[in-house]
Ligand binder design. Structure first.
Ligand SMILES: [Zn+2]
Length: 435
């Protein structure tokens, strides 16, 4: 989770004061989703600090630092089976220790290890999904060069912010809630996945499925040091393919009978370069092409492929429609072209309910003097996008404020924010549970 970026903030808050929210007073008869909706309708003002929770969050800080150290000391590049299995075992044990029923979902290539899912059953209705990822971008051996260390208020180590801090905040928020005897949720599901740094090719579907079974999703990617941002959107990516069909003919004897798919594809490349539109957060660049099977035949097939990134689903749809429109008038008469958009990681765009939760998070963090700054969009993508395919409210950025992830600079987290972040996550679980 990285820099503030493009676009205007999506507008809209959950309407407040709706009559049907009074239904919340009959907790045994309401749908969990309605519970969440009603909570979202509460004004996002700072409430008095929960002193007991705040004390517990502060007391949890040394243990959370130890957890960060343990997590960083297991190297988990996405393609590293041994490290991923070791960390998965550790986290399964930690979740069981907190009282979860743990399921291990073995990953399929190109992922390794197992997705760890822990379920806590409470006495209430709300179903809350907490997600973070185990894998990092750092190859094995990085830890030897840059071992875990603490300097002042910073702890350094490969992947310590992204996303081992998210894992640690989840574990210690749950630990604090357990110590307080808090069980008013219906079910808390925790998911630690294996391949977020590789676009969650394996685990993306698991994220979406778990989100469908939840009422609300909190994602624990890191935030930023200094100004602690919380995003209202994150980029989506994908591949735009155009498949051109023509007619084959002998390239030397009777090329006139052919309909050259390669020439048509070339024309399409030239006449669509201007779809790239960074000012609107849309990147569209042709990167690959294939055509023909042999030199002496006019090709009847060609495929061109463009790397495609969007900050707004509406802009993506508009651009794909423009592309399709331009394909209607071919340069090479008799050829046809078809667009095949293949989504990668979906973008995350906070809807009204998610925006209300973001506002709620800002208010909760203020209870302990924290400042969350909502930003319109992030250039990075995250599993919040997969979670949002469920249609449920999703909020992102609940790991620790960190620096240097995905850069050539050394990665660290701000240790002074551990207690506020544990408080924030735990209080949000309480709010979402209807307390
Ligand atoms: Zn991450």
């Amino acid at each position: 989770m990285r820099k503030p970026d493009l676009g205007a903030p999506p507008s809209g808050r959950f309407p407040v004061g709706l009559g049907w929210c009074k239904i919340r007073r009959r907790p045994m008869r309401i749908l969990p989703a309605l519970t969440v909706a009603c909570i979202l309708a509460l004004p996002a003002q700072a409430a008095p600090r929960n002193d007991r929770l705040w004390a517990a969050a502060q007391e949890a800080t040394p243990a959370a630092v130890e957890t960060l150290k343990a997590l960083v000391n297991i190297e988990t590049p996405t393609r590293e089976p041994a490290g991923m299995a070791q960390l998965g075992d550790l986290l399964a044990a930690r979740l069981e220790g907190l009282g979860a029923q743990v399921e291990k979902i073995p990953a399929a290539a190109p992922a390794h290890g197992s997705v760890i899912v822990g379920r806590f059953t409470g006495t209430g209705k709300a179903r809350i999904l907490l997600i973070a990822h185990m894998d990092t971008i750092y190859p094995s051996g990085s830890l030897a060069k840059r071992p875990f260390r603490i300097e002042g208020d910073r702890a350094y180590g490969p992947g310590i912010a992204d996303d081992k801090s998210g894992v640690a905040v989840i574990l210690h928020s749950l630990s604090v809630l357990k110590a307080q005897g808090f069980r008013r949720y219906g079910q808390i599901t925790v998911m630690f996945n294996t391949d977020e740094e590789q676009t969650s090719v394996f685990s993306g579907r698991i994220v979406t499925d778990l989100a469908r079974k939840a009422d609300v999703v909190m994602s624990f990617e890191p935030s930023t040091v200094g100004v602690e941002i919380i995003p209202r959107a994150a980029a989506g990516n994908g591949e735009t393919r155009v498949i051109v069909t023509g007619r084959a003919a002998h390239a030397g004897a009777e090329p006139e009978r052919g309909r050259n798919a390669l020439v048509e594809a070339g024309d399409i490349v030239l006449k669509t370069r201007d779809l790239d539109d960074p000012a609107r957060g849309f990147r569209f660049n042709w990167t690959q092409s294939t055509s023909g099977t042999i030199r002496n035949q006019i090709p009847d097939q060609a495929m061109i492929s463009a790397d495609t990134r969007h900050m707004s689903k509406a802009v993506l749809d508009e651009k794909l429609a423009q592309l399709a429109e331009r394909l209607k008038t071919p340069l090479v008469t008799g050829t046809t072209a078809k667009v095949d958009y293949r989504p990668g990681r979906p973008g995350y765009f906070a809807d009204a309910a998610s925006n209300a939760l973001i506002d709620k998070s800002v208010a909760v963090y203020r209870e302990v003097g924290g400042a969350l700054t909502p930003v319109p969009a992030m250039t990075a993508s995250s599993d919040a996008g997969f979670a949002q395919l469920s249609g449920k409210p999703v909020i992102e950025g609940f790991g620790l404020p960190g620096f240097g992830y995905h850069s050539s600079e050394e990665e660290y987290v701000d240790l002074t924010r551990i207690a506020p972040r544990i408080y924030l996550a735990a209080r949000m679980v309480m709010e979402l549970s209807g307390q």
